[in-house]
Design a protein around this ligand. Structure first.
Ligand SMILES: *Cc1c(COP(=O)(O)O)cnc(C)c1O
Length: 377
């Protein structure tokens, strides 16, 4: 793969955004890298560089620096460790059919990171800093982008509070870090999963942080996830905080049902009430469903309706959607007192078609008519 030697580039300038490059003197050889990258799984191996920028309330964000990937050093009093101001994002770089590399909708992630930041009383990060950092890192570590369909380089930006101060108040300093991880299929093709309806715990409540990609949401979800695993399930389906009756989403993915009525197909997903994370995959499906001739509806769905219509066949399929999972069919729903199969436990054609169509766009196999792909120079 052609690339300019790292030592030859001092700066990466994109749309006026300067990124300082301090890459490793020597990177892994092709064969060493290929060895590390066999069966990457999800989020287990990391590329050789990361980007960092610091925020100070008096001077704003510092020039981002691309540097070797490695451990961070933190003051024990850093407020993130005590009071949890920490948010993140996740999106992917895909190898294109024509040999280039493209990020999928990174600007949407920049916007959502700033919405999360606002909820957590954190500073916003300039969208061009965010997107340029992702471009610079993926460009530097481009040989880590898997070339297999369905595999990708997952990009993980995060921001957390660094001020050494034990008073409970917003920090005056923050660290932004962006790194990347080659990722296989999170749920390999053909795989479906069983989901657990959580009746004991909730993920998010009105007025809370459910719509933010806030670290605490995930920490709080783990006990439900453990319960799911103990009951032979792969994921939790969270219900509304007030009545525990209405579908919300999973811990890191949205949920979507396929309603078939007189041969008319409609994708149905819970509406964004403020407790659900607004997934970019979810919004992409909303748009491509039209291309495929299907309707899309955002509305309240009760567990009772889900069960009754799954059994009658009116809800012919149910699936999870998110950047990591792409689209993964749900096989069985279980709770303390109940269980039912979706589509007799078989993955359905609509989920398979959507997944293929989305992957075709992401890998540049079909025309990107929405302008979702952001090419890496
Ligand atoms: C990240 C996430 C999603 C999916 O969002 P995408 O932008 O599609 O990856 C859904 N729900 C939760 C709770 C999430 O954290």
């Amino acid at each position: 793969m052609s690339d300019i030697g790292p030592s030859m580039r001092a700066h990466f300038v994109k749309d006026g955004m300067k990124i300082e490059l301090k890459p490793l003197g020597e990177v892994l050889s092709k064969s060493e890298r290929e060895k590390v990258m066999t069966n990457p799984g999800f989020g287990k191996i990391f590329t050789e560089h990361m980007i960092m920028s610091q925020y100070d309330s008096s001077s704003g964000w510092s020039t981002p620096v691309l540097q070797p990937y490695g451990p961070l050093s933190l003051d024990p009093a850093a407020s993130v460790l005590h009071y949890g101001q920490s948010i993140f994002e996740g999106f992917k770089a895909y190898y294109q059919q024509n040999g280039t590399i493209a990020l999928f909708r990174p600007l949407e992630n920049a916007k959502r990171m700033n919405q999360s930041a606002a909820r957590l009383a954190m500073p916003s990060i300039p969208e061009d800093l965010f997107v340029s950092a992702a471009q610079a890192l993926v460009s530097q570590d481009r040989s880590w982008v898997p070339q297999i369909r369905g595999e990708s380089l997952y990009v993980r930006p995060l921001m957390f509070a660094t001020e050494a101060a034990l008073g409970v108040r917003p920090s005056s300093t923050y660290q932004f870090v962006l790194f990347a991880s080659p990722s296989g299929s999170y749920f390999p093709k053909g795989k479906s999963f069983n989901v657990w309806l959580s009746e004991d715990y909730i993920r998010a409540a009105p007025g809370g942080t459910g719509a933010a990609k806030f670290a605490g949401n995930y920490g709080a979800s783990l006990i439900g996830q453990k319960q799911a695993i103990d009951n032979g399930c792969d994921q939790v389906v969270w219900l509304d905080a007030n009545e525990h009756q209405y579908l919300e989403e999973m811990s890191g993915m949205n949920i979507c049902l396929v309603e078939t009525n007189n041969n008319k197909i409609c994708l149905v997903t819970p509406n964004l009430t403020g407790t659900i994370l607004s997934g970019i995959t979810r919004s992409s499906l909303m748009q491509i469903s039209k291309d495929l001739g299907w309707d899309f509806s955002e509305r309240t769905i009760s567990v009772q309706e889900w069960k009754d219509k799954s059994i009658s066949g009116e809800f012919s399929e149910s699936f999870a959607c998110g950047t990591a999972a792409v689209i993964t069919p749900i096989r069985e729903v279980k709770s303390k007192s109940d269980s039912w199969l979706i589509n007799q436990g078989e993955p359905g054609p609509i989920a398979v078609r959507l997944r293929d169509y989305l992957l075709d766009i992401q890998h540049g196999v079909i025309q990107d008519s929405y302008g979702w792909l952001h090419l890496i120079p």
